[in-house]
Design a protein around this ligand. Structure first.
Ligand SMILES: [Zn+2]
Length: 478
């Protein structure tokens, strides 16, 4: 295909690209380009970005729209055709499950080897490996010995070996969630961090709550020299989010390899039977149970309903955060946008379908309009520019992974030779529509989404019968 192009250039005839995207406002955080350009795609890659006229076998008219690198989600729990479709409609072209991960990396990739709607990948997960080693009966998360029983020295060695073999099989990185495995001792966690350090693999950690939880993770990473990624700083931090963002900024300024991410909602969601819920709310005063919402009915819980639904099992909405903390997390220069998409048995959190559109609509466009309406004064520092928002959705997640996943160097950027993963949206109308009551509503304003050169969303609607998404895998450590 490239040779055809070269031939056309040599003969002086203008090349005809597979597809051209014409007249869009092209925004590329890697080069800081923000200008009207035409883009030509060929063979699944970007072949040209230019002000010259282009022709293609297929044309997308992008006038009035923003053309951005496809969004990369580092925290997408749903990894099914249904959830890949949700993500695509929200502008996501690469969806990675890096927190829980899997205990069997080879099988996980094999199940998707026919291709999916978007690019996909997984971590080797400490939680999942521990569940296997400790013979836990839980399906998604530990409910028995995986959560509550100390591992013997031999079992710790087996867990570390399981993580290393997952990396050899091409896991994107290592996942962990300390509140889901409360019995894991410091020695066990150190063994996991040592694998991360030795293989130079980022470890994505759901830390214990608050400043003390972050201190623990930073100490484990510091002692072993492991690269650390702190997941959903908003829900890990709650009222302590600003202090924790400052700790991460400070660590980075001192040369530490520490990153973090956030999602733009003030309520969380997780499984009612998990240790992270049971350990907090079983012993909490009865009034605190009203923080919990049962999604099928929308009711706030009390002691009786909490116990009844615990026996049933299922996802739970947790109302414990505030809007100012969400704003602090989303607008901080250190945070990557990641959805923590959560979808199970036909219901889930609205972040599954709305995270990226919500940041672009609510925290970029509407926040600036609000400030402008109040006073023509300088913008508040806690608003986000379109360039910076796109950087948090594309370049920053790609850079977090690219040391171990060289393929990520071709994603998160609009440049010649990069993968043709592209999201085209209307900055004037883009907004999420999903709610806690109706979490499956697609956003508006995400007009076209292209994965490896193939449209997966066209004119705001999912394209059926295509599977251009490829496996994203780490390189085996030496
Ligand atoms: Zn989590």
């Amino acid at each position: 295909m490239i040779t055809t192009l070269l031939l056309a250039l040599q003969l002086g005839t203008p090349p005809v690209y597979d597809r051209v995207i014409l007249g869009g406002r092209v925004i590329d955080p890697a080069s800081n380009l923000d200008a009207v350009r035409n883009i030509g795609l060929q063979g699944g890659r970007i072949a040209v970005i230019t002000t010259r006229a282009l022709s293609g076998r297929d044309t997308i008219d992008a006038r009035g729209l923003v053309v951005a690198p496809g969004f990369i989600d580092l925290h997408a729990h749903g990894q099914t055709p249904e959830t890949y479709r949700f993500y695509a409609l929200d502008g996501v072209t690469t969806a990675l499950e890096l927190e829980l991960g899997t205990s069997d990396v080879a099988a996980w990739y094999r199940e998707r080897s026919a291709g999916e709607l978007v690019n996909y990948g997984v971590s080797i997960g400490h939680i999942k490996v521990r569940m296997a080693v400790m013979h836990d009966a839980g399906t998604r998360m530990p409910v028995g010995d995986g959560a509550y029983r100390d591992a013997s020295a031999a079992q710790i060695a087996e867990i570390a070996q399981g993580i290393e073999s997952g990396l050899r099989e091409g896991a994107v990185d290592i996942g962990a969630g300390f509140p889901y495995t409360p019995a894991a001792t410091r020695d066990e966690l150190l063994a996991v961090f040592r694998v991360a350090a030795r293989t130079k693999t980022p470890i994505h950690v759901h830390i214990r709550p608050g400043v003390s939880g972050l201190k623990e993770a930073l100490a484990l990473a510091g002692e072993t020299n492991a690269p650390l990624h702190v997941v959903h700083i908003n829900s890990a931090g709650l009222a302590e989010t600003p202090a924790m963002l400052e700790m991460i900024r400070h660590a980075r300024a001192h040369g530490r390899d520490v990153t973090t991410e956030a999602y733009p909602y003030d309520a969380g969601m997780t499984e009612i039977q998990s240790a992270t819920i049971q350990d907090v709310y079983k012993a909490a005063p009865d009034e605190r149970l009203a923080e919990l919402e049962w999604p099928p009915t929308g009711e706030r819980l009390n002691r009786e309903s909490f116990e009844r639904y615990t026996r049933l099992g299922g996802p739970l909405v947790i109302h414990t955060n505030t809007e100012p903390m969400v704003v602090a997390a989303i607008t901080s220069p250190v945070t990557i946008i990641a959805s923590d998409a959560y979808w199970q048995d036909g219901t889930g959190h609205p972040r599954t379908t709305g995270t990226f559109a919500r940041v672009l609509g609510r925290y970029v466009r509407d926040a600036r309009a609000d400030v402008g309406a109040q006073h023509a004064a300088p913008l508040r520092h806690d608003t986000l520019s379109l360039m910076d928002a796109i950087r948090k959705m594309t370049l920053m997640p790609a850079q977090r992974l690219e040391a171990r996943v060289p393929a990520m160097r071709q994603k998160g950027r609009l440049r010649v030779g990069a993968d043709a993963d592209i999201t085209i949206f209307d900055p004037a109308t883009v907004i999420d529509r999903s709610t806690y009551r109706e979490p499956s509503l697609a956003p508006v304003g995400i007009q076209h989404v292209i994965v490896n050169g193939v449209s997966v969303v066209a004119n705001g609607r999912a394209v059926e019968g295509v599977a251009p998404g490829k496996a994203v895998r780490g390189v085996a450590p030496r």
